[in-house]
Design a protein around this ligand. Structure first.
Ligand code: AMP
Ligand code: TRP
Length: 333
């Protein structure tokens, strides 16, 4: 049987180099060719934090357009928007009845984001706590074997595994137990201005974030101004030189190289930054060109998403119906 793959991106900001190197590029290069794969703009997840409806709508279309521009081929895989397929929320409720509040309160992202919101005097939406359950529903609804994600998502995929195992034990075998997969380099691209934090699309300061749609000058400027370390030697050591290590990983990911081996070829930070900037510019160029073409043809993207949602619904429905029956709910007529 072909392997089933599912992954998603939430439309909470413009897509970054971290999204591309940590996830999207591998979906394009590897996953869509080797499996029966689904890739989703997981828009319901963008509602877990304070949001502007118009912005979420624009970012959802932009994320879908960028996924296609990066090379996802609707003939090979299924590209769709999460909220178009009701099976995700239908299953999420059953999984809320499978998870415990304790295991959700332990999620690192909830603890961090919740603490940040509380410190700013904001309230925390209940959905921020339950969000990993919806993510588990995204994954389990499709009988997913593998979830290609950046490293920050490992804990959430672990929860999906736990819920699948628990559900199967209590109610009979219904779900495949999924596992996370990560790229070999750049599974965690760091902020260029703060190399101890992940390059995240919704950070307040954008100076350390390369967006996929940044123009060439902007990409060069951000990389040339990346914070490096006080040492002089170019070495690959995430602990001692996190800024330099991050640049080496980005460069290695761009040229399919090895960060440690690349370090030996540089005498100065300046040269490393210049090469990294050029490599990123070249990496993004074709994606940006295709994006411009696709963005001018909104009807095409909408058509892909419509067909994708139909396919996804048909794939998820039988398993979600089976889960309803297994949990003791009376089948509808
Ligand atoms: P998100 O932007 O949180 O919706 O993430 C979409 C995908 O990109 C997930 O698989 C993340 O793990 C991945 N990702 C996001 N930021 C980074 C980063 N800085 N480095 C590596 N992967 C990332
Ligand atoms: N939580 C993921 C993130 O923040 C996005 C996501 C939602 C996802 N549902 C998913 C990723 C299912 C993989 C599979 O990046």
């Amino acid at each position: 049987m072909t392997k089933r793959i599912f992954s998603g991106i939430k439309p909470t900001g413009h897509l970054t180099l971290g999204n591309y190197l940590g996830a999207l590029r591998r979906w394009v290069d590897v996953d869509q060719h080797q499996s029966d794969a689904l890739f989703s703009v997981v828009d319901l997840h963008a509602l877990t934090v304070d949001h502007d409806p118009g912005r979420v709508r624009r970012l959802s279309r932009q994320a879908a357009t960028l996924m296609l521009a990066a090379g996802l081929d609707p003939e090979l895989c299924t590209v769709f928007v999460q909220s178009h397929v009701a099976e995700h929320t239908r299953l999420s409720y059953l999984l809320e009845c499978t998870a415990t509040d304790g295991e959700l309160r332990r999620m690192i992202q909830y603890k961090e984001k919740g603490a940040r919101a509380r410190a700013a005097g904001e309230s925390v939406r209940l959905s921020l706590l339950t969000y990993p359950v919806l993510m588990a529903a995204d994954i389990l609804a499709y009988g997913t074997d593998e979830v290609p994600v950046g490293e920050d998502q490992t804990q959430h995929v672990e929860l999906s595994r736990d819920l699948a195992v628990r559900f199967n034990q209590r109610y009979g075998h219904t779900f495949t137990v999924p596992k996370a997969t990560h790229p070999s380099v750049a599974a965690r691209v760091m902020d260029l201005q703060d190399p101890l934090s992940k390059m995240g699309k919704s950070h307040a300061s954008t100076a350390g974030i390369v967006y996929l749609l940044d123009d060439t000058d902007m990409v060069r400027k951000k990389i040339m101004r990346a914070v490096t370390d006080s040492g002089r030697e170019v070495e690959y050591d995430r602990e001692r030189s996190p800024g330099v290590a991050n640049l080496l990983e980005i460069l290695a990911a761009c040229c399919q190289g090895n960060p440690e081996a690349l370090a030996g070829g540089y005498e100065s930070y300046g040269a490393l930054k210049r090469d990294t900037a050029e490599a990123v510019v070249e990496l993004l160029r074709p994606v940006q060109e295709r994006h411009a073409g696709l963005a001018a043809d909104g009807g095409y993207v909408d058509g892909v998403l419509k067909r994708g949602a139909e396919r996804a619904r048909a794939m998820a429905r039988p398993r979600v119906d089976a889960a309803y029956a297994a949990m003791g709910l009376l089948p509808g007529v």
